[in-house]
Structures are given as C-alpha cells and as structure tokens.
Design a protein around this ligand. Structure first.
Ligand SMILES: [Ca+2]
Ligand SMILES: [Ca+2]
Ligand SMILES: [Ca+2]
Length: 301
C-alpha cells in the first residue's frame, strides 16, 4: 500500500512538470574566428570548453534572452528541447531567435535532428532545413574551413581581443557547411539584406518569415525527409562575408521556441521599422526611432 501511494505522488509530480517551449540544454558551441569571439559569451582566463558551453546555455536557454555570437563562417551552436518538437505538416513548428532587423540580416543555416536512438544525446543524423537559398546557384555546398591560432592577427579597429577561441587547446580547428550568397550592399552604409525565409538571425523575430517548418528538412543528398519531430537543433553561421568597419557577418542567437507550445507570440508580416547599425565611441550600436541600443537591445546613452 505504501508503494502505491508513493507511485501516485511521483505520477502527479511528473504530470505537473510540463514541457518547456524554450531551449532546455546546450550541447556544443564553437564559433568561427571573429570580432565577437571571446566576448559573446565572455571568455575568462582558465575557462574550458564545458565552461563556455554552460555560459551559452545560461544566455539562450529557458527564455533567458541573452545573446551569443557564432563568430565567423561555420561557427555553430547545438541545443535541444526537453521534449520532441512535433512536426505538424504544413505548419510552422519552431523559431530560432536572433537580433536581425531590416538591413541587418546575418543568416545562419538551421539543422535539425530526431533522437532516433532515444539516448537523449544529439548523436543522430542531421538534416538541413532547406531555406530560400537552398536552390540558389550562388550557394556553395560542403565547404571546409580551417581556422588557425597563428592567423589571429587581423583586427577590426574596435575589437582588439583575440579572435581565436581562447578555451581551445588545439592550435587549429576545421568547420564545415554551406556558404550562402553574399547579402550585403554598400552605398553610404552597409545594408545586409534578408533572404526570404528559412534561416536564423535573418528575418526579424516578429516576422512570419523567421518561423521554421520541419517539413523543409533534407538529407545530405538533398532529398526531402519526413520527420515526426525534432529534439535537437544546430545553427551555424552560413555567411562568409566582410563588411568594412562593421566587420564580418556573424549570426547571433538569443533563444528558440517551440511554436506549438507558444501560440501567443505576436507576429507581424514584416518589420517596417528602420534602424541603422554603426560604431559610436568604439561600441557597435543600433539606432531605432532616435534611440540607441546595444547588440542585446539594451538602451545606451
Ligand atoms: Ca510542420
Ligand atoms: Ca545579427
Ligand atoms: Ca541520440
């Protein structure tokens, strides 16, 4: 009888612990060399890879609304939900949040994985979500780039910290993936134009075109696959592009949401608010409606 009571209480406790719509855990993080590496998140002397992954998790999991930078091309983060994000055919299933705004699109390719071996680890096959540029003739596929510690010499005048991930023991590392077409134009300032759909940090978070469909998943041969849902997400910076003073184009991530568990998110069809992004007093700032914000969206004077 005592056992019966105990198991009833356990059942209630589990039932109350509902699935979270937000990122539950971060499994891996490795940025490409770049001007925000060792800054978002901040490297402190002695930090190991596990410490940096924990800082990334503290920033973007559980709707914490912090910000991480994936650095140069190929830099990535791997995270997971505490449940399977269901693939509802024809519907948007989840969103990866960034800090994109009109004129500042820094697209990251989104890969998804279903925990086929049911071990709770992202060690299963990955599938790319084929965004709007998947069929673009200017997209490069299956590229490898090796970053070397001894190449950490060219600095943006505003960022003098090391660009090589300081927590790595190795003196070089190789990143792999696809390179999306260049999206920048310059007249009197840099404008980074958004692709139509299917990426992270591309369309503004409140745009319908920032939302993602698991239906878009393709395997490494480019064949469409039908997944019941996904447990894990990998996002990597898919831009290999330098833009003068504002530096390399690098995807930022602030979170992710299961849209089937959060149906109340406000969405507009497009963002019409004009913003500018430039350096002021050595700090990258965003001007919007006469107010200045930092990369985290905090107002600065
Ligand atoms: Ca779907
Ligand atoms: Ca961005
Ligand atoms: Ca697994």
């Amino acid at each position: 009888m005592k056992y019966f009571v105990t198991s009833c209480i356990l059942f209630v406790a589990i039932a109350v612990n509902a699935a979270s719509p937000y990122i539950h855990k971060v499994y891996d993080f490795l940025p490409g060399m770049g001007q925000f590496v060792n800054v978002y998140p901040k490297y402190e002397t002695g930090n190991a890879k596990a410490d940096m992954i924990q800082k990334v998790e503290d920033a973007i999991a559980n709707n914490n609304k912090g910000l991480i930078s994936l650095g140069g091309w190929g830099g990535y983060v791997v995270f997971g939900f505490d449940h399977m994000v269901e693939n509802v055919p024809g519907e948007y299933d989840f969103i990866v949040l960034g800090n994109a705004f009109d004129g500042s699109a820094e697209p990251g390719i989104v890969m998804v994985s279903y925990d086929k071996n049911a071990n709770g680890e992202p060690d299963d096959e990955w599938f790319e979500l084929a965004g709007s540029e998947y069929g673009n003739k200017s997209t490069w596929f299956n590229v490898d780039t090796t970053y070397r510690r001894d190449a950490d010499t060219i600095k943006n005048p505003f960022h003098n910290q090391p660009y090589y991930p300081q927590w790595l023991e190795e003196d070089e590392y190789t990143l792999s993936g696809n390179i999306l077409p260049k999206n920048a134009t310059y007249t009197n300032m840099w404008v980074l134009n958004a692709f139509a759909f299917g990426y992270a940090d591309n369309q503004p978070n409140d745009s319908e075109n920032a939302k993602l469909k698991i239906d878009w998943a393709v395997n490494s041969k480019g064949q469409s696959v039908k997944l019941p849902g996904i447990h894990f997400v990998k996002v990597y910076n898919a831009m290999d592009q330098m833009c003068g003073d504002i530096g390399e184009t690098s995807t930022e991530i602030t979170g992710a949401t299961d849209l089937h568990l959060r149906t109340d998110l406000e969405v507009t069809s497009s963002s019409s608010i004009k913003q500018n992004k430039y350096y002021r007093n050595g700090q990258l700032v965003i001007e919007r409606n006469g107010c200045m914000y930092n990369l985290l969206g905090q107002e600065v004077q």
